[in-house]
Design a protein around this ligand. Structure first.
Ligand code: ZN
Ligand code: FE
Length: 242
């Protein structure tokens, strides 16, 4: 099986759209297109025909490009079943336990409610990659707009079952702000302090800091490391107020 080619497209102020190409089947999908034009341009420049859009949740900065990309490419839009009313462009609705394919590459759909009620993630186990939308960020987690700390804790526990090398493709460049907050709740974590310095240097140089890995998050992410839902909820509330 050929290795997936995964391209990061920065759009809006801090969103990342992921363009994912299987060189064997030539199928190409887009995760969470906030907008259409930069995505169409990138796919065009590479000679990759967009065959699908995979949405993780309904927020406009994840679905705003759906209609235009579909109109221009005829691609199929896969979206969370629980958010069907909010993603009217969806062609195929999926939920936890379903599988989605890009060529021969299989992704398992995970239900990860909390940021939104129907949020899903796409895990390519054989590729050691997971597309998490706004659930897990580098040293952070998504805000609890439509769910509870208990739900987000369960999501973190499940993500924590993945191997250290698993690459985590999240949808925002929130890393520096997350790192600065994380050191305030976990000041004695040397790995975290070192990572903050790395991230400050990377951002000062204009570099992206994602994808991250489960191993890096296991060592430094206070939400993934939280020992209980109550503790996750406590630090999430602190971050919201920061
Ligand atoms: Zn969101
Ligand atoms: Fe978002």
């Amino acid at each position: 099986m050929a290795v997936l080619e995964i391209v990061r497209i920065p759009v809006l102020s801090d969103n990342y759209v992921w363009l994912v190409h299987d060189p064997e089947s030539f199928e190409t999908m887009v995760v969470d297109p906030a907008v259409a034009d930069p995505v169409l341009a990138e796919a065009d420049a590479r000679g990759w025909p967009i065959t699908a859009i995979w949405n993780t949740h309904w927020h406009p900065d994840h679905t705003g490009g759906n209609a235009d990309i579909k109109a221009k490419t005829g691609c199929e839009i896969i979206a969370p079943a629980a958010e069907r009313e909010r993603i009217p462009t969806a062609d195929r609705l999926v939920s936890g336990g379903d599988q989605v394919r890009l060529g021969a590459h299989v992704a398992d759909v995970w239900d990860v409610p909390a940021h939104t009620a129907g949020h899903i993630a796409y895990h390519f186990a054989d590729d050691s990659a997971i597309f998490v939308g706004d659930t897990l960020f580098a040293m952070g987690c998504g805000r609890l707009f439509e769910g509870t700390a208990e739900q987000m804790f369960a999501n973190m526990q499940r993500l924590g079952t993945l191997g250290d090398a698993t690459r985590v493709y999240c949808a925002h460049e929130y890393t520096l702000s997350n790192a600065r907050f994380a050191v305030t709740v976990d000041p004695d974590n040397a790995a975290l302090t070192a990572r903050l310095a790395e991230v400050e240097a990377a951002r000062a140089a204009g570099e992206a800091t994602v994808p991250t890995t489960i191993g890096a998050e296991r060592a430094t992410n206070p939400f993934l490391r939280a020992p209980s839902a109550a503790e996750l909820g406590r630090i999430r509330a602190l971050k919201d107020a920061a």
